[in-house]
Design a binder for this molecule. Structure first.
Ligand code: UFG
Length: 330
């Protein structure tokens, strides 16, 4: 299929582009390169540096490239920032997505894959989280994603749009060959920060909260490899052939891993000590978030190739060693 990957120069989008190529599809990237990196996109993949608000331009791209399906990864995803600057999040994650959807429907493109998040669940009472767990987001970031999920349901009913919304847990890791990986600016994610602490380019890692009601007192998260995530996006294609399909899937390994366990894995894989200090809890961090991804496994035949934290960290470390400054490195 001809697939428009919106945000295809970003972390998850760029891995998806490579998986699309590997599966024999034809990706076309739309990315305004505010957070994306041109170097993350293979040279022979068309890249349009357009903004979603420019409906005329986006409509032209959809028609010219004969796009059949759109994957949408372009969103702001800093939870803390979403609390202090919610307008930015509603404009980018909701308003810009509405422009994109209007263009798609205008051009007759009715298949959509949407990046949602476990942040739509807020602080659930029961673990693991299934797709039926109540969605009660505790920050504007999670709320914008939930708002879009609900919008998509209405569009499916009214216009026959078929969509899959994937609720990601903690995306991590890098391409197995180390060619592309995670590079955020600013970086707030645990694994890249632990690498930088181990390499001495940043101060000791702060462990946010050591008094949580978890086995070692630190937060439990479900780290899932970015290539595993990407393959689920392609596995859903057949299901999107049904007009009006409205699909929701959790994407996680189902394995809770604590912050201290991540640090241990980084030390083992890198062969270096990760200097760290105990710090107060970070606002908005739930003690534990991990998925029940049975639905993706059974309905999509989704297979997790990186089931444990060490194999995920190993790919991230390979990328980090080859590109210590990320895409800015020579
Ligand atoms: N952590 C630290 N020190 C750091 C950074 C993180 O202890 O310097 C801890 C956090 O407190 C958390 C865990 O490491 O317990 C993972 O934190 P990340 O920032 O790597 O990831 P989050 O779980 O906060 O964020 C992820 C996604 C978000 C999504 C969120 C839902 O990146 O997009 O899950 O809660 F919104």
């Amino acid at each position: 299929m001809n697939v428009l990957v919106v945000g295809g120069a970003g972390y998850i989008g760029s891995h998806c582009v490579r998986q699309l190529l590997a599966a024999g599809h034809r990706p076309v990237v739309l990315d305004n390169l505010v957070f994306g990196h041109r170097a993350a996109v293979p040279a022979d993949v068309p890249l349009y540096p357009a903004n979603l608000g420019n409906e005329k331009e986006v409509g032209k791209i959809l028609r010219k490239e004969k796009i059949e399906l759109v994957m949408h990864f372009a969103a702001y995803a800093y939870v803390g920032e979403s609390v202090t600057d919610p307008l930015k999040y509603y404009f980018n994650n909701v308003a810009a997505t509405l422009h994109l959807l209007r263009c798609m429907l205008g051009a007759g493109v009715k298949k959509f894959v949407f990046s949602s998040t476990c942040a739509t669940y807020g602080t659930p009472e029961k673990m693991p989280i299934t797709e039926d767990t109540p969605q009660v987001p505790i920050n504007p970031y999670g709320q914008t994603k939930l708002d879009m999920e609900n919008t998509l349901k209405a569009l499916a009913r009214a216009y026959g749009l078929s969509f899959a919304a994937f609720r990601y847990f903690n995306a991590a890791g890098a391409a197995a060959d180390g060619a592309i990986g995670e590079h955020h600016d600013p970086e707030t994610h645990l694994i890249p920060l632990a690498f930088d602490a181990a390499s001495g380019v940043r101060p000791p890692l702060q462990v946010f909260g050591t008094d949580y009601p978890t086995p070692d007192g630190t937060c439990l998260r479900d780290y899932v490899h970015v290539d595993d995530l990407s393959r689920a996006h392609i596995a859903v294609f057949d299901k999107l052939a049904t007009p009006g399909a409205a699909l929701f899937y959790n994407l996680g390994t189902g394995k809770p891993t604590s912050v201290l366990e991540v640090i241990k894995a980084v030390e083992k894989i890198s062969g270096r000590k990760v200097p760290y200090v105990a710090a107060p809890r970070r606002a908005g961090d739930p003690p534990a978030l991990y998925a029940d991804a049975t639905k993706a496994r059974t309905e999509l035949g989704w297979v997790i190739r990186y089931p444990d934290i060490e194999s995920i960290v190993a790919t991230a470390w390979k990328w980090h060693e080859a590109h210590p400054q990320g895409y800015a490195a020579p």
